[in-house]
Design a binder for this molecule. Structure first.
Ligand code: PLP
Length: 412
């Protein structure tokens, strides 16, 4: 079998042949609707007898090619691309949960994911039980017969904690609860969910997949699982579709009713992104490790977190799960908010921005931006201190990233 970088560039053997002009790039099918030769063909497309394209909120050739390429990337059984990472999360939980259900997760989450769990699904009577995912007993204590999922980010953003995924997957297996991982920071290239008992993987395409922040998008990947049989909402689907139960309910009902489909143009940009993703990630991993080591030796930097540093609490787990390629994010702490602002404003090349896995290095002060509307107590609980900065290391020459950081630190 070819290396993943070659497969991502070429796609499935018939993907070029399927374009009637044999275009070497996947064409952008910017069309809302598709023509049927006969009324019978239309009926077959709607009943699912054929997978002919009918309407782009439901399926689209450019988006389908991206989904096929992401299946190659991850070895997932099924893939659905949607309009954003948040759309991926909301589609998944609205498929799995009904009023009265609960999910287990950690308090260490991306801000909108946290708000989705703490506020949005709560108003539908679905409870997020924020547990200590580093302590198996806390997970077990919170599970009951209405628990429909365990959800985690790897590593957590911005604390950069590496959970013991094999231990959590063991609990999920024993309790027959789907394990869902947000793999935005690592992607299937660095953390192959399939090998660790993950049932559903989601990520934001906006980051690495888009080719360095060209567009917004999200992905849901589903691995073979029988756990759907134990979810009353999916039990009927399981009788009909077996392992496909979750995906059928997601694709045939929730996804098309919510309407957060990916635009064909964004799918095209994300297909281009996949062609270079392994190259970009390899270079960014080298840059990030070097920057983490560099920052550790700066007296003005009080603390650095990066899983691939030998003295990081997550080191053993990062080595086991990602072979030490721990993502593009580094968390660092300066003395206080004023020091952070002085440092950020002095940067000349590194951008002040809220994305990550971009080609450009980027920095943000999480407490005053992503988490601005959380109380000081909440921020303290989530380890979002006033001195915390999140650096996303980009593709630039490492000497340039270092010298920009150095000149800004020298002003403190
Ligand atoms: C870990 C993580 N998951 C999900 C999302 C949401 O992705 P999107 O912005 O594409 O909706 C983000 C956004 O930054 C994120 O950091």
């Amino acid at each position: 079998m070819q290396h993943i970088s070659s497969r991502l560039i070429h796609g499935l053997p018939d993907s070029q042949a399927s374009d009637f002009n044999r275009s070497l790039k996947t064409p952008i099918y910017e069309s809302a609707s598709f023509d049927f030769e006969t009324a019978e063909d239309a009926e077959k497309a709607f009943t699912g007898e054929t997978d002919a394209f009918a309407y782009s909120r439901i399926s689209n050739p450019t988006v389908t090619e991206l989904q096929n390429r992401l299946k190659l990337f991850s070895n997932a059984e099924q893939c659905l691309c949607v309009s954003s990472g948040m759309a991926a999360i909301s589609n998944v939980f609205l498929t799995l949960c009904s009023t009265g259900d609960n999910i287990i997760t950690s308090q260490y989450l991306f801000g909108n994911t946290l708000s989705f769990f703490a506020k949005t699904i709560r108003s539908f009577g679905i409870e997020a039980r924020f547990s200590n995912l580093e302590a198996p007993q806390s997970i077990l204590d919170n599970i009951d017969e209405h628990t429909r999922a365990i959800f985690l980010e790897l590593p957590t953003n911005p604390q950069l904690i590496f959970f013991d995924v094999p231990a959590i997957a063991k609990i999920a297996r024993e309790k027959r609860i789907p394990l869902i991982v947000d793999n935005t920071v690592l992607t299937p290239y660095l953390f192959p969910c399939q090998q660790y008992g993950v049932d559903i993987e989601i990520f934001s395409n906006t980051k690495f997949v888009s080719g360095g922040a060209t567009s917004i998008g999200g992905t849901v990947l589903v691995y073979g699982s029988d756990k759907w049989a134990h979810n009353p909402k999916l039990a009927v689907d399981y009788e009909k579709f077996g392992q496909d139960a979750f995906f059928k309910r997601l694709y045939k009902e929730v996804y098309r009713n919510i309407g957060a489909c990916l635009s064909p143009n964004n799918a095209y940009l994300q297909l281009l992104g996949l062609e270079t993703i392994t190259l970009r990630i390899d270079r960014i991993m080298d840059n990030t490790l070097e920057m983490a080591r560099f920052l550790q030796n700066q007296p003005k930097v009080l603390k650095v977190r990066y899983g691939a540093l030998e003295n990081d609490p997550g080191y053993a787990m990062a080595m086991e799960l990602t072979k030490g390629k721990a993502g593009c994010l580094i968390s660092l702490e300066l003395e206080n908010k004023a020091a952070c602002y002085l440092f950020m404003n002095a940067l000349q090349m590194i951008r002040r921005g809220t994305n990550f896995c971009d080609n450009k290095s980027m920095i943000i002060h999480p407490a005053s931006t992503i988490y601005w509307d959380f109380s000081p107590e909440d921020k303290q609980r989530m380890q979002i201190s006033e001195g915390l900065l999140r650096l996303s290391v980009g593709l630039e020459a490492i000497e340039d990233i270092k010298s920009d950081i150095q000149q800004a630190l020298s002003l403190l």
